[in-house]
Design a protein around this ligand. Structure first.
Ligand SMILES: [Cu+2]
Length: 141
């Protein structure tokens, strides 16, 4: 009886070691804090194929949102793209309606492609916020 339990524990221990703690069953948690007007994540460098669990807290006093998407060019910023177009560009996002002041929401995302510096960022596209500085470059290796 006891011997059997011991064997199970050893096998479980080996499995955990083999996965290195970052296997599909153990997403890497990333904390993101939103303020007026900034984005403060616990990580800005990510790896393809690693599942990330993003926990986003709105520490500000107005609604914010979070998107993972390519940076907008000056032209695109001037064009005042509508939210539908922006949503289509986003790899992942939490809408402003889910992130009122003080709220915390989460999403899971696994990057499938590498993103060199300057090609991807966290951004808040609530009107005016992006221009006010709510963007932060990230890198995916
Ligand atoms: Cu915002």
């Amino acid at each position: 009886m006891y011997k059997k339990i011991f064997v199970v524990l050893v096998v479980a221990g080996l499995l955990l070691t083999a996965c290195g703690g970052q296997g599909p069953s153990a997403p890497v948690e990333v904390q993101i804090t939103l303020t007026e007007f900034g984005i403060e994540p616990s990580l800005t460098e990510f790896e393809t194929g690693v599942p990330y669990h993003f926990v986003v807290t709105n520490a500000g006093t107005v609604e914010h949102e979070i998107m993972i998407m390519p940076p907008l060019t000056e032209d695109e910023m001037g064009m005042a793209m509508d939210m539908g177009e922006l949503d289509e560009m986003a790899l992942a996002m939490i809408e402003a309606s889910e992130l009122p002041a003080g709220a915390t929401a989460s999403f899971d995302y696994t990057f499938t492609e590498a993103a060199p510096a300057g090609t991807l960022e966290f951004a808040c596209h609530t009107p005016g916020h992006y221009e006010a500085g709510m963007k932060l470059p990230i890198v995916v290796k």
